[in-house]
Design a protein. Structure first.
Length: 132
């Protein structure tokens, strides 16, 4: 969405199922949007969860909530360069002020063993998340 991409206002259960079965037939940004924002708890294509009934019998539009959250964070991401590549192709010797998220290709995102987020002192924080 940083590049001006305007996501659809709604993802139907049918569209979700179509994209889930044919991920490569769609643009990566659309597949990613559907796979996370329209999935239950944001878990990569776990199950449709864009609009769900809660335990207290109210209806929540999690997809719209996700879009609002992303739009709220966009101003903080304008100077960030995003890349997706094979780990082996990274040349880390000269990289500074970088964030690496490494996901094992054989595991679902929600079951990652370790995610480390290292933010340099120039940003004022250092964070490391490790799933036990």
């Amino acid at each position: 969405m940083l590049d001006g991409y305007i996501p659809p206002e709604f993802i139907s259960k049918e569209m979700y199922a179509e994209v889930k079965q044919n991920k490569d037939a769609y643009e990566q940004k659309f597949t990613g949007l559907v796979g996370i924002c329209a999935s239950y708890n944001g878990n990569w294509f776990s199950s449709y969860g864009a609009i769900s009934e809660t335990k207290i019998n109210t209806v929540r539009n999690y997809y719209q909530e996700s879009l609002r959250n992303i739009n709220k964070q966009l101003p903080n991401l304008t100077a960030v360069k995003f890349q997706c590549r094979e780990y082996q192709s990274l040349k880390t010797d000269n990289m500074r002020n970088c964030l690496y998220i490494v996901i094992h290709p054989m595991q679902k995102i929600k079951k990652c063993i370790t995610i480390k987020i290292l933010i340099t002192k120039s940003f004022g924080i250092g964070v490391e998340f490790v799933r036990k």
